[in-house]
Structure formats: C-alpha cells, structure tokens
Design a binder for this molecule. Structure first.
Ligand SMILES: Cc1cc2nc3c(=O)[nH]c(=O)nc-3n(C[C@H](O)[C@H](O)[C@H](O)COP(=O)(O)OP(=O)(O)OC[C@H]3O[C@@H](n4cnc5c(N)ncnc54)[C@H](O)[C@@H]3O)c2cc1C
Length: 166
C-alpha cells in the first residue's frame, strides 16, 4: 500500500504518526526516492509517500463469494432474491420477495447498504444519503506489467482520496 501526499502532506504525516504509534512497519519516501523506485509513474504533483509493505487491498466481491462458499459448507441455506418493502409498521414477521416467495422467522437482519432507505422509507428514507463513487478501468499495453503488483503496489492519493490497483 503506497500512500501519496501532494503539496499539503499533513494528512500523510498524521498517517505516519499513527502507523508508528501502532507499530506498523512503513517506509518513508520523498519525491526523488519515489521516482527512483517507481520510474514507470509520473509523480508530478506528489511531494512524499509512505509504503506499507505488509498492507494491501481486499477484493470485496471475491471475499463475499468465499464467505458464501464457507457458509454453504457449514450448512447455511442461501438464496438470492429481492425483498419487497415490508408492509405496515410494528414487528416484522414475514418478508415477501419480488418472486412472491414468503419467509417467516422471529428475527430478520437487513444488510441492504445504501438501499436501506428504499426498503424502510418511513424509518430511514430521510437518514441515508448515498453518494456516487466513480470507478474507472484503464487499459494498458498488452504484456506491460509495470503497473501491476509486485512492480507497483496499490496506491492512494490522500488529498483527493483517489486510489487504484491493478
Ligand atoms: C466504488 C466504491 C469503492 C469503495 N471502496 C471502499 C474501500 O476501499 N474500503 C472500504 O472500507 N469501503 C469501501 N467502499 C464502501 C463499501 O463498499 C461499503 O461500505 C460496504 O460495501 C457496505 O457494506 P454493506 O454490506 O452494508 O452493503 P453493500 O455491500 O452495499 O450490500 C448491500 C446488498 O444489499 C442488496 N440489496 C439491496 N436492496 C435489496 C433488497 N430489497 N432485497 C435484497 N437485497 C437487497 C444489494 O444488492 C447488495 O448486495 C467503497 C464503495 C464504493 C461504491
């Protein structure tokens, strides 16, 4: 994980202080050192960087798929369906899917993320404000491994909070 700081690198300094306090291994780089270590990257707007050699990213989709596999192995019954907005207020005893299936149980857990406001508009409609996060995919010349791990770690530019990995 490579944290990068621009002209105002105060956030980077605070990150370094936290890593130090928590005894997380990291290496400090000024711009010249970054350019020497990663010549394939243009560090025009970058003043300094911190490399955490033991940190990285979790690929969320793969992680969730593995969790489902584990749960199935342990005997959990899994099905994929859209739950319709539960009718009425009061205690919920049954949910209905868009396919018309009905599920009854004593307790339900709704982990619907940004959609929770739509599922429970009366309770959460005014409280959840999803924001749009853009994801971009860039093609690189075939066979060019310079922007991939291990030549380049996952990087994050702290000022505007954009980040990327290959
Ligand atoms: C582009 C992007 C990048 C991000 N990067 C990071 C990151 O680097 N680090 C980090 O910690 N977080 C990151 N996040 C935030 C992170 O993804 C969320 O905080 C996290 O996924 C929330 O988990 P959740 O289980 O609450 O909801 P979600 O992961 O959104 O899951 C909600 C699920 O509910 C389902 N659902 C919705 N309505 C219904 C319904 N009526 N019936 C049945 N199912 C329904 C949806 O299909 C979805 O599968 C990022 C988010 C985005 C969009």
């Amino acid at each position: 994980m490579l944290w990068l700081g621009g002209e105002d690198d105060s956030q980077l300094r605070r990150t370094a202080a936290t890593l130090k306090r928590c005894k997380v291994r990291y290496e400090d780089f000024d711009r010249a050192a970054l350019e020497a270590k990663y010549p394939q990257v243009s560090f025009e707007d970058i003043k300094a960087g911190i490399l955490e050699p033991h940190s990285g990213v979790l690929m969320a989709r793969r992680a969730v798929a593995m969790l489902v596999e584990d749960a199935l192995r342990l005997g959990v019954e899994y099905c994929s369906a859209q739950i319709l907005k539960p009718a009425g207020s009061g205690r919920l005893e049954q949910v209905v899917t868009s396919q018309g299936e009905r599920f009854s149980t004593e307790q339900f857990v709704f982990a619907c993320g940004a959609w929770l406001g739509k599922v429970f508009p009366e309770v959460l409609g005014e409280r959840i404000f999803p924001t749009r996060q853009e994801v971009f995919f860039f093609g690189i010349p075939g066979g060019d491994t310079g922007l991939q791990h291990p030549a380049l770690p996952t990087w994050l530019f702290q000022e505007d909070l954009f980040y990327g990995n290959a």
